[in-house]
Design a protein around this ligand. Structure first.
Ligand code: SF4
Ligand code: SF4
Length: 407
């Protein structure tokens, strides 16, 4: 790690800071190593943002607030002061956790982004009601960045029915939202309609060197760029899929760039796209925060050769037959049988990369029997919630039959 100029004062160390919470704002001691910033309208935004979908968890499966506090403090000290949460993240607890930790800082010292959960809306009134609930959860008066969350072919009708854009615009006019945007996981046709009808400050898109081709992310990127809408990037590492590369893909990276890590390479690729304001990375511990901040300190965009290697790695991954799951867990919220869909897909993907049948069987058997693929009742509720539009029941059936061949 790079040397930090200032030693963190013991008065603001974690336990002391917990006591100070609510009575005095934490003193911000800035390191000499600051994350590179990009100009966005009239502000400067850090090129790296903390995505709050995969917060650190304790063994009891609740957010590890001590680790989170350290992560946020490190981010703040290094200028990575943009935090992106949402109503539904971490089983609906992310906003509250971020509110608790961020309330120790001066409001003007950080950018907070959150999202309006379209799937929860029944009427226009719900948009403001839920917005106010989110402000309370996050302990803020306003959001810097606020989005209609996950516009796609399944949510677009509700988005229109509750007149979400105009409801959000009213909140912006009242100064409660500084920059209004949307996150998107739908088809190019819907995206064209969304950006033609309404005026947006930014769009949050899934941009990484694999999805550029696989889910045609470049089409979405081009559509918003043509409209002059800046992009905030989600899933730059595809839910960790671009961190755990297969041996072949990793060799390709290391033979050209032996000192580069897959995480740094993936993040740099996303940040090298010219219309990108910030790259959200869902970090789950302090070590990841430190590594990512290193990547974005004195950031240099990728050159032509690096972009070419990324393309070659993408082709290797595409040939491996993995399932395009980002482990967002949205499907888990609706599955009546509580099938552990992302874990099943992760184990399967590992098998596709390693081709190791024995380990496939061993890992699959670590799942509880009632959360395995054969318990699926084919109700398709999960499919409607999947931002990657995966045909989940079909995939589970396929995996189940492969598991059965293992004996
Ligand atoms: S189709 Fe299967 S996995 Fe999907 S929600 Fe229904 S039971 Fe769960
Ligand atoms: S299957 Fe879809 S909804 Fe479920 S975790 Fe994967 S990407 Fe998310």
């Amino acid at each position: 790690m790079k040397r930090r100029e200032f030693i963190v004062n013991s008065a603001v160390a974690i336990t002391g800071a917990m006591v100070l919470s609510g009575c005095k704002k934490r003193e911000l001691l800035k390191s000499e190593n600051q994350v590179t910033k990009r100009k966005y309208k009239d502000i400067y935004v850090p090129l790296l943002a903390l995505g709050c979908m995969r917060l650190p968890m304790t063994k009891n499966n609740v957010v590890d607030m001590v680790e989170l506090d350290k992560m946020v403090q490190y981010c703040m000290e290094h200028g990575a002061n943009y935090f992106d949460t949402a109503y539904m993240y971490v089983n609906g607890t992310s906003e509250e956790c971020m509110g608790k930790v961020l309330s120790k800082y001066k409001r003007s010292d950080f950018f907070l982004a959150s999202k309006s959960p379209i799937y929860k809306m029944n009427s226009k009134e719900d948009v403001r009601k839920i917005f106010d609930e989110q402000r309370k959860r996050c302990k803020v008066d306003y959001f810097d960045f606020y989005m209609a969350h996950n516009i796609n072919q399944n949510t677009y009708d509700t988005y229109k029915k509750v007149d979400m854009y105009n409801e959000l615009l009213k909140l912006k006019d009242e100064g409660l939202i500084k920059y209004l945007g949307f996150s998107f996981h739908g088809t190019p046709d819907i995206l064209k309609e969304v950006v033609s009808k309404d005026k947006w400050d930014f769009a949050q898109l899934q941009v990484n060197y694999l999805d550029w081709d696989v889910v045609k992310a470049h089409q979405q990127y081009d559509i918003v760029q043509q409209k002059g809408i800046p992009v905030t990037v989600m899933e730059p590492l595809r839910g960790g899929g671009l961190v755990n590369l297969s041996e072949k893909a990793l060799n390709k990276l290391k033979e050209k760039y032996p000192n580069e890590t897959p995480a740094s390479f993936g993040l740099r690729w996303a940040a090298s796209q010219n219309n990108v304001v910030t790259v959200l990375s869902g970090m789950s511990n302090l070590e990841q925060v430190k590594q990512n901040i290193d990547t974005f300190t004195n950031f240099k965009p990728m050159d032509k050769n690096e972009l070419k290697v990324a393309d070659e790695i993408s082709k290797i991954i595409q040939s491996q037959g993995e399932i395009n799951c980002t482990a967002c867990k949205y499907c888990l919220e609706v599955c009546p049988r509580e099938i552990n869909i992302p874990a099943i897909f992760q184990i399967y993907n590992q098998y596709k990369v390693t081709k190791n049948k024995m380990f496939f069987g061993i890992y699959y058997n670590t799942l509880n029997e009632d959360e395995r693929a054969d318990k699926c009742i084919n109700c398709s509720l999960c499919t409607k919630n999947c931002p990657q539009a995966l045909k989940i029941p079909e995939l589970l059936k396929k995996i189940d039959s492969e598991v059965k061949t293992l004996g």
